[in-house]
Write a protein of this length. Structure first.
Length: 220
């Protein structure tokens, strides 16, 4: 675990993903971000929940902006189906219906491939059933996670802590150097010129496609 935290703690310090909240004054739909256990602070940006307080008059459409993260999400009232969504190059609209209680896990950029060994490129611009990507995690959610918010958060904290505790992971330091440069400059740099880290542009694109899901230029 220490190996992971030492390598990627700069992401949390430099990168603050923000999703749009519900419209101000709308008391019928609420969005909350919840901090994970401190042992996961460099892995998970937040847990999040978007839910209705009453049955709506019209279906609600939630707009998700591109923030570089990978999210796992599911209906907290019916956890038989979970989904994973990777990097999106533009905003995406989700029709949620008139009554819902969705819960999600937002991983920092590069973390999902790092701990699960799944290429972020395979998740680009789409949401798909979690069972087709991580069937064991999908099964855990369907069996152990139910409508109680605080208990669900505790179960997920325990799951992810056990997943990374003592895990030795190989990280390409050149990729993280490039990622750090992009974050330090808030994306305002010429990727071909300013990311001079000892890798050719083709190699760097390959690493970014694996860890982020897109090219350095698109992420910037």
């Amino acid at each position: 675990m220490g190996t992971i935290l030492i390598k990627i703690e700069f992401i949390r310090n430099l990168f603050k993903p923000i999703q749009p909240s519900v419209k101000e004054g709308n008391k019928d739909v609420v969005y909350n971000g919840i901090a994970p256990n401190k042992k996961l602070k460099n892995i998970i940006h937040c847990y999040w929940q978007i839910k209705t307080n009453k049955f709506l008059d019209a279906p609600y459409v939630y707009r998700v902006v591109s923030d570089g993260c990978v999210d796992i999400f599911f209906n907290l009232n019916n956890t038989n189906e979970s989904f994973v969504m990777g990097f999106c190059r533009s905003y995406t609209e989700f029709p949620l219906g008139k009554d819902f209680n969705y819960f999600g896990v937002r991983f920092y950029p590069s973390v999902f491939p790092l701990i699960f060994g799944i290429s972020a490129k395979s998740l680009l611009d789409k949401d798909q059933p979690l069972k087709s990507i991580l069937p064991n995690l999908d099964k855990f959610i369907s069996k152990e996670i139910h409508g109680n918010l605080s208990k669900s958060i505790q179960e997920l904290n325990d799951f992810f802590i056990s997943l990374i505790d003592g895990k030795q992971i190989s990280i390409d330091g050149r990729f993280y150097h490039a990622l750090m440069l992009i974050l330090e400059q808030n994306g305002y740099l010429q990727t071909e010129k300013d990311l001079n880290i000892g890798l050719g542009s083709r190699q760097l694109r390959r690493l970014f496609n694996y860890y982020i899901g897109t090219t350095p230029k698109s992420f910037s």
